[in-house]
Ligand binder design. Structure first.
Ligand code: IMP
Length: 228
């Protein structure tokens, strides 16, 4: 099964390939396709954005396409920055700007009230032959909290999974690795920020990893349904 990865980010490409290639999926990088469209992330939810990106790349390449969208949800801020995580401090905000704004907004908030989570949604928009098989998956997934199918024009055409990591926003940045909100997000289970972990350790416990593992299971079941 051929799948185009709808990202130009080399770290994400590696992370996704590490999980999907060993089980035999034929992954294609978006860079192989000249002039691929850049989807505007204007959805109200992470799922809308991931589906929009995946469907746009499926239309452009004629192949099944995988896209993701991630948000940081801070309870004391009513779930913000959420879908606006990349531009929390403005359209061209740097990672540092976003972290600084977050710490400012939470100044004076006690440790117990600084709970937050990273939520990653992965969508795979399927080409027609696989979309037919996805109809059989829909019923099996009806009780699954982190996996679902999505319809377009009344026809199931995509798989969607979610990965969540619970944590807490620190009072100052800690650690040097990673990107984005890593220095201010402490993973509850480990007591370390993502920026205090090595990349291997982060990848093993990240929201993206969890969503990808769920997606790998769905794709394997879909392939089995197709007799592959
Ligand atoms: P994207 O959907 O993966 O582009 O993520 C949107 C924004 O969420 C990014 O610009 C980062 O600020 C933040 N983000 C996503 N994943 C991570 C992560 O693993 N660590 C820290 N920040 C992240």
């Amino acid at each position: 099964m051929e799948i185009v990865l709808a990202t130009h980010n080399p770290d994400k490409l590696r992370e996704i390939s590490d999980i999907l290639s060993p089980v035999g999926f034929d992954l294609r990088a978006l860079d192989e396709f000249d002039g691929a469209p850049e989807a505007v992330e204007d959805g109200r939810t992470l799922e809308e954005n991931a589906l929009k990106k995946a469907r746009a790349i499926r239309v452009f390449t004629g192949l099944s396409a995988l896209a993701d969208d991630t948000g940081l949800e801070v309870d004391a801020l009513g779930g913000a920055p959420g879908v606006f995580s990349s531009r929390y401090a403005g359209e061209s905000a740097s990672y540092e700007d976003n972290c600084r704004k977050l710490l400012d907004e939470l100044s004076g908030i006690s440790d117990e009230m600084r709970t937050a989570r990273f939520r990653c949604v992965i969508a795979v928009a399927l080409v027609k032959e696989y979309a037919e098989s996805a109809r059989h998956l829909a019923e099996a997934l009806s009780k699954s909290p982190h996996s679902t199918v999505s319809s377009n024009g009344g026809r199931i055409d995509a798989l969607v999974t979610e990965g969540i990591v619970e944590g807490r926003i620190t009072t100052s940045p800690r650690g040097k690795s990673g990107f984005g909100y890593d220095p201010v997000f402490e993973v509850l289970r480990l007591g370390l920020t993502f920026a205090e972990m090595g990349s291997a350790e982060k990848n093993r416990s990240s929201h993206r990893y969890r969503a990808l593992i769920e997606m790998r299971e769905l794709l394997i079941r879909l392939r089995q349904d197709m007799g592959g």
